[in-house]
Design a protein around this ligand. Structure first.
Ligand code: TQI
Ligand code: ZN
Ligand code: ZN
Length: 169
């Protein structure tokens, strides 16, 4: 079953259009950006929320960045595997990814992929759930279930994820 953060924080309804921006200085390939677009779309399909990319990092609601090691928020990244990414509850909007992971964007996680390969879109869908106010779920099929089998993708929202997010938006 889905959970929320303590106090059930959410983005206010007047913010039903949320903007997001990528950390200036992270040079991201077009395919990386399109992974985030697809991940946001999965949540906007089942809510009243829309997500719009902006070039203004300072004014964006959601700030996405790749960082390595200690990056100043008290939750340092740990290199390959371990913590992959973290996102903070609303209305913080911080979405940080471990720049040292072996991120895969193409969708072809195969047996020839490195054993350390991590599917970026699967992680993005999960972290966006946190950004919007969902905690972890006890339902194994849910995107918000707190483990993912390495070398696999998990992209589809489960009915549990949808019920949770629709309680907020
Ligand atoms: N990052 C953890 C996560 O996003 C960070 C975390 C732990 C957390 N407890 C939390 C965030 C409570 C918010 C609230 O769950 S992670 C997975 C999964 C991670 C883990 O790097 O371990 C995914 C990132 F679910 F597979 F375990 C993405 Cl999909
Ligand atoms: Zn961080
Ligand atoms: Zn999580």
């Amino acid at each position: 079953h889905y959970t929320f953060f303590p106090g059930k924080p959410r983005w206010s309804v007047s913010d039903s259009e949320l903007t997001y921006a990528f950390l200036p200085g992270n040079q991201l390939a077009a395919d990386v950006k399109s992974v985030f677009t697809r991940a946001f779309d999965r949540w906007s399909e089942v809510t009243t929320l829309t997500f719009v990319e902006t070039d203004s990092y300072s004014s964006a609601d959601i700030k996405i960045g790749f960082y390595s090691g200690d990056h100043g928020d008290g939750e340092p990244f740990d290199g390959v595997l371990g913590t992959l990414a973290h996102a903070f509850s609303p209305p913080s909007g911080w979405f940080h990814l471990d720049g040292e992971e072996n991120w895969v964007t193409s969708g072809d996680l195969t047996s020839s992929s490195s054993t350390t390969a991590v599917d970026l879109e699967s992680v993005a869908v999960h972290e966006i759930g946190h950004l919007l106010g969902l905690g972890h779920s006890s339902v194994e099929e849910a995107i918000m279930y707190p483990t993912i089998t390495s070398g696999t993708r998990k992209l589809e929202l489960a009915s549990d994820d949808i019920a949770g997010i629709q309680e907020l938006y």
